[in-house]
Design a protein around this ligand. Sequence first.
Ligand SMILES: Cc1ncc(COP(=O)(O)O)c(C=O)c1O
Length: 380
Amino acid sequence: MIGSPRPLPDFALEVYLERREFEARYDLCGSDCESWSIEEILAFGNDDDRKRWSTMRLGYIPVQGSPELRDAIAGSYEAIAPDDVLCFAGAQEGIFCAMHALLEPGDDAVVLVPGYQSAESLPAALANVRAVSLEYRDGWHLDLARVEAALGPKTKLLAVNFPNNPTGCIPDRATFDALVGLCRARGTYLLSDEVYRGIELDRAKQLPQAADLYERALSLNVVSKAYGLAGLRVGWIATRERALIERMTKLKHYLSICNAAPSELLATIAIRARAAIFERNRAIVACNLPLLDDFFARHAGRFEWYHPDGGCVAFPRYTGAASVDAFCEDLLERAGVLLLPGSTFESPHAAVPHGRFRIGFGRASIEPHLRAFDRYLESA
Ligand SMILES: Cc1ncc(COP(=O)(O)O)c(C=O)c1O
């Protein structure tokens, strides 16, 4: 079935950002890494890629994704073949298709909060949802016992996202393996959103890709975030459950049908060159985090800062007297600095701590943004 039995709520984060993101002078909450130019991506390719780029004909391409793209994607996993991959217009379309392919009325799903809203709102519109909150204790943590308590004997789906948006939380490897074990014991599907994977500064914290570990896992990824190519709108799901690939393909027939050919070629080149791409983006993050450490140390009376485990976003706390929504609105209006208030991550299913906001550090040169933020705080 396509379409949800229950209406979908507004996507709070997208509604908040849709206008502000493009008008703000200093966007300091972006969740993607610095973007690349077409020229830069083509420079990662070979002569044949560049010839294909300039002679490409702009017709339809295969629904599942071009063979070259699926080949490049499969090459980034250990246990995934090109036919285990279905490409989408962004990760968002992948979430939509996966939830619709997996869930029916009466099914149970478990999700984590705070998280990317569609991974919660879509299952809630289709089935019964229980949510488990990540907890803050000098950094964000996942309590495995709470996930176990939320999973019933027949829970159909567990949806997770590590590194997490907005907290940057990554559980340790033993916890992730235990999550897989909980799913395997119940036959539960694991939708693992891995869109921020690849730029961890501490590489020991990088988790394996779920589809390599578990036959009922769906690894969701996209070139938007850790790669810095959001404008291509190329995402994918890798899973060894071929029946699911077929069901999701039929859903995709009603959505984008196929990706844009130029985007798929550039994504193919980027995925093959992922080591260099992640290296540059890791360097940006490594340069930005000390700037944030320094900034929050200077304003320690107003914020509670911590170091995220990975990704390029964090979810610090504003400790001032005003509500964080009012603070973010005033900061934007008076200083042109855009932060994302934590209210956009609120959940009807579990508590999200109040007073937090998302800050992004994947873009090059956040220094002018922090200077504008400094000036605002000094004048406030
Ligand atoms: C965790 C997570 N998953 C999926 C998406 C959707 O990605 P895309 O915009 O590439 O469709 C986002 C975007 O912010 C995200 O943060």
